[in-house]
Design a binder for this molecule. Structure first.
Ligand code: CA
Length: 220
């Protein structure tokens, strides 16, 4: 899943980024409201963390602008501690959740997971498809032979995105938009390599190639 972090507190970003990556997100970061708003408009993020006190443009305005443009991605706002009116204003402007600073990283991660789950209509952290179970917390997959396989960052993000969208054909471009991080070369040709690796774990027919269109998970 691709995550945008809009936050100007350098120390917080320094501690959050590795934790978010470890939790399986491809993270992009902006330290001000102007670039942050633009990035949210230009790229299909699966979830966004938005600080309200930002240089350039206040977070609340950024959020209102996204929603006025019809953008529906889940947004969690970071508010000043005990500022109930910021929370109310944020929710009214279209935030899906909030967290007051300071917060525990574990709570942030749990709230993000819940937002992503809700976005794709899933009930818990174990996604099942045709005898395969993807464990989001462990970033591992249990295959049809009941073997548990620990996935690498890209393998996990790739399979996570496919299993979250089981009934669609997904193009290489869409996949690369949701799995690569900012410093990684967004090369959609490499996707094939990772797909083949997943096929080694899950069987050749688990992920079908639709020529000229993209990939589709095996039908139930
Ligand atoms: Ca701030």
């Amino acid at each position: 899943m691709k995550l945008l972090l809009v936050e100007d507190d350098f120390e917080l970003v320094k501690s959050l980024k590795p934790a978010l990556k470890k939790a399986g997100y491809a993270v992009e970061h902006s330290d001000n409201g102007i670039d942050g708003q633009f990035m949210g408009e230009e790229e299909p993020f699966d979830v966004i963390i938005l600080d309200l006190g930002l240089p350039g443009k206040p977070g609340l305005e950024v959020l209102s602008n996204w929603r006025n443009e019809g953008l529906t991605m889940p947004v969690l706002i970071l508010t000043a501690r005990d500022s109930w009116h910021e929370k109310v204003d944020g929710l009214k402007a279209g935030a899906d959740d909030y967290l007051g600073k300071p917060f525990h990283t574990e709570e942030l991660l749990a709230r993000l997971e819940a937002l992503v789950r809700r976005k794709f209509g899933h009930a818990d952290n174990q996604l099942r498809h045709c005898g395969v179970t993807l464990d989001i917390g462990e970033q591992s997959v249990i295959n049809q032979k009941n073997e548990s396989i620990k996935l690498t960052g890209i393998e996990f993000r790739l399979l996570h995105y496919l299993v979250m969208n089981p009934s669609r054909v997904i193009s290489k471009t869409e996949l690369s938009e949701h799995i690569y991080e900012e410093e990684q070369l967004k090369d959609s040709n490499v996707i094939e390599v990772y797909i083949n690796r997943l096929r080694q774990y899950l069987g050749k027919d688990f992920i079908e190639t639709r020529r000229g269109q993209g990939y589709h998970l095996k039908e139930k």
